[in-house]
Design a protein around this ligand. Structure first.
Ligand SMILES: Nc1ncnc2c1ncn2[C@@H]1O[C@H](COP(=O)(O)OP(=O)(O)O)[C@@H](O)[C@H]1O
Ligand SMILES: [Mg+2]
Length: 254
């Protein structure tokens, strides 16, 4: 059974950063191979994991769109679903420790049920090959709500150090509950946090009823690596963001 960990939070709060730091922790603990799924339309997980290189990366959205445009015409003698699965296999970006699937643009107008059903089964089967599946999401939880991604063991909601961020985090948790997503555990992570949280912030935090997994401090190297498109997996071991993720991971990985 694989453990599925997903991040959510409004744009720019540090979802991709948190997920990449957690992936780095898992690799350090020998939990490989990892399947990473970038389900954010602003896909940048490949960069954070050092998997983009110079190539242009294919996405599931593109494969789905191509398949949809051809009206499901497939080479003769091949079942439609087998052909689409073949196309999905071509999208998987493989590396030594991490394989990456980029969901890409959301679907256009039309009925994608047939394709999404194949995609769901494909992801379910694929996921079984990995002890850990990590998923970068967008605030609207689109992929989770369409059930194209699996049930989630751990949903990490990332907030910045602001009351607005906390309110957004609460909305995301409520959305996940309203959508009746199968999330086993919710955690909140405060990113870009100061070393001491203010009384007022802690008071508001207490009202949320989401377990706090921990804080990631503002880090000097993280934005620098981001600009240089350097993988966050190679941050020094004593980097404050890496150290904070170790603490968080020990708390959430039970
Ligand atoms: N703890 C941190 N310290 C400093 N910069 C950070 C931190 N977390 C994220 N950033 C920077 O903030 C920006 C947004 O982070 P990102 O993880 O891409 O957010 P999201 O995926 O939620 O849109 C990036 O430039 C990233 O380098
Ligand atoms: Mg992101």
């Amino acid at each position: 059974m694989s453990t599925i960990i997903a991040v959510a939070g409004k744009g720019g709060t540090g979802k991709t950063t948190v997920l990449a730091l957690l992936t780095g922790y898992l690799l350090k603990k020998g939990k490989r191979p990892i399947l990473a799924v970038d389900a954010d339309a602003d896909a940048n997980l490949a960069d954070a994991l050092g998997l983009s290189g110079d190539r242009s990366l294919s996405t599931i959205g593109k494969a789905r769109e191509d398949f949809f445009q051809t009206k499901g015409e497939v080479p003769s003698g091949m079942p439609k679903d087998a052909y689409f699965e073949l196309k999905l296999n071509e999208v998987l970006i493989e590396s030594r420790d991490i394989d990456l699937l980029i969901m890409g643009r959301p679907e256009g107008v039309g009925c994608y049920c047939f394709i999404n059903n194949i995609l769901r089964k494909y992801l379910e089967t694929l996921g079984k090959n990995y002890p850990y599946v990590v998923i970068d999401n967008e605030a609207g939880l689109e992929h989770l709500s369409r059930r194209t991604t699996n049930d989630v063991d751990c949903l990490l909601i990332v907030s910045d150090y602001s009351l607005n961020g906390l309110r957004a985090a609460a909305r995301i948790r409520n959305l996940a509950q309203d959508l009746k997503l199968n999330v086993k555990r919710f955690y909140l992570i405060i990113n870009n946090a100061p070393s001491v949280l203010s009384e007022q912030f802690l008071h508001e935090l207490g009202k949320l009823d989401i377990e706090v997994a921990g804080c990631v401090p503002e880090d000097t190297l993280v934005p620098q690596y981001d600009i240089e498109k350097k993988a966050l997996l190679v941050l020094p071991e004593d980097d404050p963001a890496v150290v904070s993720m170790e603490k968080i991971a020990r708390k959430i990985l039970i």
